[in-house]
Structures are given as C-alpha cells and as structure tokens.
Write a protein that binds this ligand. Sequence first.
Ligand SMILES: Cc1cc2nc3c(=O)[nH]c(=O)nc-3n(C[C@H](O)[C@H](O)[C@H](O)COP(=O)(O)OP(=O)(O)OC[C@H]3O[C@@H](n4cnc5c(N)ncnc54)[C@H](O)[C@@H]3O)c2cc1C
Length: 364
Amino acid sequence: MKSRILLLLINLASLKADQTPFSKNTADPGHLCCNKLFESLPSKVHLPGSVEYERQQYDYYSLQQAELQPSCRVTPTTSSDVSLIMKTVTTNLCPFAVRSGGHSAWPGSNVQGGVTLDLSQLTIIDIDEKRGTVGLGPGSRWKAVYAAMEQYNLTVVGGRSPNVGVGGFMLGGGISLLSFRRGFGCDNIVNYEIVLADGTILDVNATSHSDLFWALKLGSTNYGIVTRSTTREELQVIIIGGGDEIVSVWHASLDSVPGASLTDTPTIADSTRTTSLLNLVGDLQSSAFVETGRRRTYTLTVKLDAPFLWDVFKHAKDIFDKLEYVSGMHWYLIYQPITKGFPIKSSETGGSPFKVFWKSPMTT
Ligand SMILES: Cc1cc2nc3c(=O)[nH]c(=O)nc-3n(C[C@H](O)[C@H](O)[C@H](O)COP(=O)(O)OP(=O)(O)OC[C@H]3O[C@@H](n4cnc5c(N)ncnc54)[C@H](O)[C@@H]3O)c2cc1C
C-alpha cells in the first residue's frame, strides 16, 4: 500500500498537461483509435502521463484492473459521445473496455493497449415524481443515488455498497437490501438507453426491443453500452441492519432456537440498528472493503441449507487462520440468500434470464 502511494507521487511529479501530443506508437493496438478520438473529442481523451489518465487509473477497486495500461482513456459526457466512440472503435477494430464504477473484482473494465471508455462523468440522477421513476447515469454510485433520493423520501432497489457503480450493478442482476420484496435491481428497470456497436442509440423496454430488454438484465457489456437506466422509485424504507458483525450475527442466528428474533440472539459485538439505506450502506464505506488491493473472488450457489453454510464457514476459517501471518491479507465470506421473493418480482416485470436458473430458495 505504501509503495503504491509513493509510485503515484512520483507519477504526479512527472505529469504533463492533458493536451499531450498524439500517440506515435503504431505497434500499440489502440493507437489509431486514440488519435482519431483525440481529433474529435480533444478534451475528453486522456493519454498516459496526463493528470486525468493517472487519476482514473488509480480509481479502481482492484489492483489487477489498475495495473492494465490502456493506450488512452476517454471520458464521454453524453450518449452522442459514446456513439461516436463506439463507431470509432468498431470500425477500426481497436480493443476497448467499459468502466462505470470500476468495482469489478477482476480485470473487466480496463484494457491493456486499447481504449477504455470511462463513464464516470455520466452521473445524472433524474427523479421524475410524476412517473415514479428515476433515470440513472451508469457512472453514478449508490451512495450518491440514495442521498439524492432521500431528500424526497424516496429510494431505489440499488446496491449495498456505497461505491459500486450503477452501470455494472444494473447489468449484472443487482442484489439489493430490498431484493427480498422487490427482486433484483434489474427487475425494477423500466427503460435502458443503450448505444449499440454501430453507434445507434436505442431506448429498450418491455414494448420496444423487448428481447434485448430481457437479455440486458444480465447482459454486462455484451449487447452495447448502457448510458442510462430508468428504474422505479420506492418510498424510503427504514431497515434493521448492522455493519461489521455479520459473521457473529450469522453464527448466533444459526445456533438460536427457531422463531427467536434476530435481535434476541447473543453476538460477539453488535452494530445492528434501525436506520436508513443511506446510513447502512455508509457502514461499508469505512470497512476494509474499500482498501485498494489485489482481489480474488469466488462464488458458489447452493440450495438454502443452514448447517451446510456453517460447515463452509468452519472450513474457510481453518484455511485462513493458517494464513494469519500474511500481512495485509483479508478474507471475507458473504452469504446472500436468494429467497422466493426474487423470482416472483422478476415475473411481474417481464422476466429476466435469471428465471431460467431458479428452482428453489438458494444461497450464493
Ligand atoms: C465491495 C463490493 C460490494 C458489492 N456489493 C454488491 C451488492 O450489494 N449487490 C450486487 O449485486 N453486487 C455487488 N457487488 C458486485 C458489483 O455489483 C459488480 O462487480 C458490478 O459489476 C460493479 O459495477 P461497476 O459499474 O462498479 O463496475 P465496473 O468494473 O465499472 O463494470 C463491471 C462490468 O460491467 C461492464 N459495464 C459497466 N458499465 C457498463 C455499461 N454502462 N454498459 C455496458 N457494460 C458496462 C464493465 O465493462 C464490466 O465488465 C459488489 C462488489 C464489490 C467489490
């Protein structure tokens, strides 16, 4: 961690202005596109060594992503910009990546030698009280969305972590603290604005391009670049939850007598309280989740079965306790129940590819 900060300071000392000359490295696969894009969007194209390029590179959740070096980073501010960028990269066959919140735990939103579209400037939060919807830019992060909506006593079916981006979350299902009642985040979308590979800008919803609408709910980057997700508003909810003591709460609840309330169970330490979604997701802001570092994430989905989950925890503890001496290493085990409320909501709102896998209550 210390060496990373030092590296950044050294980089900052040698930075040039953003208007760096065009890339001359013809062996670089992104060279042609970066030069073309620099001609049409000069203030939005950032080449290696510029302040903005280095700032964006540093702003990834996982180090594996930050270490990839695109030929340039492009920061569109409108869907027309995204359209122009898509036409350029597809016509000239340049490798590219799309980044919204940059919270993938694996290299998914940056590219080595190519064009990275950084959507972090597309942060609109457009509340339409008449229609009961909110239009969200993919670069918005959930903390900002909840804060904007709470002023109107409203909220949305969004992420549990304050810094996750709307873009990746809404294109990967999206598990929310409201999902038990409202399904996945994607089940609440009423319209995607998307830019296709040929640059066409489309509105996609239950009546217009409905097959694409269905597929986008777990679509990631595969069908185009989403520049706005319009989702249903919810009335602000008050939630019982806690920040840092999840394992102890699980332990306690698994051992407790059937029917006992969660709040009656003994815990090692207890930070549970009744509070707003904004405050609850804020708990994760200060946790080790947000430290910069190298990540490895694995997921397993099984039939809901409490003794099995308890076994998994004990095995994980056996493995990781032996690695306690490794400095800076953290491990997390997160159980996410997928209860019957999830697919019910999905059916009500036009279905999603997830429905294909659903058999019975599960835990991921
Ligand atoms: C600490 C932490 C907490 C998390 N909490 C939750 C949670 O509560 N619920 C949950 O469901 N998930 C959660 N996740 C997983 C998270 O939702 C996914 O990793 C999500 O893909 C991150 O989205 P992003 O925009 O921040 O990431 P990015 O890395 O920017 O993007 C992720 C992927 O989506 C693609 N993509 C992003 N934006 C667009 C776009 N506009 N158009 C097309 N493709 C796009 C990218 O190319 C990339 O492949 C969490 C992850 C972390 C690290």
